[in-house]
Design a protein around this ligand. Structure first.
Ligand code: NPQ
Ligand code: MG
Length: 374
């Protein structure tokens, strides 16, 4: 099966978050991202690039992703006959970096190829589960009491796993308060690389709270210190920002830098690499879970398909659409089942329809790239 990509539209979008999301790297009131639309043979494929407004989570932003896509990645597909995702990956292999931009394009290709073959992304990736366990990620709140209140509200909504964002000075006290209020809840924390080994004692204090894992305590580019830290902790270290490829994953596991890996297709350059990391971890008995980047329904659908693979044994950061947005871009919107799962879409490709009126409403910049004009 091949498709001829006629043109690609790229939109910079800005969506208001229901409440500001604060992490150790900053606070956001709006989610900015890119949406890609690929036209081929009467079909449309949708992709989402999760790069945000500022380089806080990683160095990529909507601006750098727009540039990498416009100048280097889109020309590899526009006007071209494509026989699969791997062919495009190889064509842009010689360029360095920009994994989130790559992943956005790859996602659009997956949706297109799935629709061309009449197969769901879940089936294309080799996923099995019909619904996947999910949890909620709670940003840093004004104080511990507000955090406990927020956690209580999500538990009331049916989420059975809570992730709390931490940073120096807002860690042991917050986690103790949540643990006291909810003694049995599945609880984990995410530092987004806010600590150094100098704060090992603080991180060791978190061992008292029976956490599922401590996510990315140290710097993104420091596997070595994560290995030192893991040796000091009873709690499992989980890496997020540090794992940019299956090669990093192997090296991290080889040196004992973590016992769990968070897989985000966007961070590792797309779903192909994400599946490779899943396969590696499964072979080594390492649990993985699907991370979240406050995706719209487009990226959320892809995360659900990925999380349906059998190695995803921990709940994903894949909340219902209503966790973040008053109105989502894709239909149907995702809702939480009473058992803290979300259904994996089964339609062709991503299995969602984009609401064009809603997309227009949130678009702040639009570009079109056609053969001869790109
Ligand atoms: C994480 N996500 O696991 C990320 C961090 C994150 C759900 O905790 C704009 C761009 C907003 C990137 C918010 C969750 C973001 C962002 C959070 C990344 O580390
Ligand atoms: Mg994280």
């Amino acid at each position: 099966m091949t498709v001829l990509i006629e043109r690609v539209e790229m939109r910079h979008i800005r969506m208001r978050l229901l409440s500001p999301f604060e992490t150790s790297f900053g606070v956001e009131d709006d989610r900015e991202a890119l949406v890609l639309r690929l036209w081929a043979d009467g079909l449309e494929g949708w992709g989402e690039c999760v790069a945000g407004a500022f380089p806080g989570y990683s160095y990529e932003t909507v601006g750098t992703a727009w540039h990498a896509l416009e100048a280097f990645f889109l020309p590899a597909v526009v006007g071209q006959r494509i026989d699969g995702v791997d062919q495009v990956r190889h064509r842009i292999e010689r360029y360095k970096g920009h994994p989130q931009a790559r992943a956005g394009l790859e996602l659009g290709l997956w949706d297109l190829l799935g629709k061309a073959e009449g197969r769901s992304l879940r089936s294309l990736l080799g996923g099995e589960a019909e619904r996947v366990p999910v949890g909620v990620s709670i940003g840093i709140q004004s104080d511990a009491a507000s955090l406990v209140r927020a956690a209580g509200e999500y538990l009331d909504q049916g989420y059975r796993r809570i992730k709390v964002k931490i940073k120096p000075g807002r860690d042991v006290g917050e986690v103790r308060a949540v643990r006291r209020a909810f003694p049995a809840v599945a609880l984990q924390v995410d530092a987004n690389s806010a600590y150094t080994l100098a704060e090992t004692e603080t991180l060791k204090a978190l061992d008292d709270f029976d956490l599922l894992l401590i996510e990315q305590p140290l710097a993104e580019d420091d596997l070595i210190d994560h290995a030192r830290l893991q040796a000091e902790l009873r709690t499992a270290v989980c890496l997020d920002e540090s794992i940019l490829s299956v090669r990093h994953a192997r090296q991290a596991l080889d040196i004992g830098a973590c016992r769990v890996i968070n897989i985000k297709p966007a961070r590792v350059g797309g779903l192909v690499e994400a599946v490779a990391i899943h396969d590696l971890c499964r072979a080594r008995g390492i649990p993985v879970w699907c991370g979240g980047m406050l995706e719209t329904g487009i990226g959320r659908a892809a995360n659900l398909a990925l999380a349906s693979l059998p190695g995803f044994t921990l709940p994903g950061d894949i909340s219902a659409s209503a966790r973040y947005y008053a109105r989502d871009l894709a239909e149907p919107t995702f809702t939480l089942n009473p058992d803290s799962t979300i259904d994996v879409p089964t339609g062709p490709g991503l299995g969602v329809e984009v609401n064009l009126a809603e997309l227009d409403r949130v678009t702040v910049r639009r570009g079109e790239f056609g053969a001869g004009r790109s």
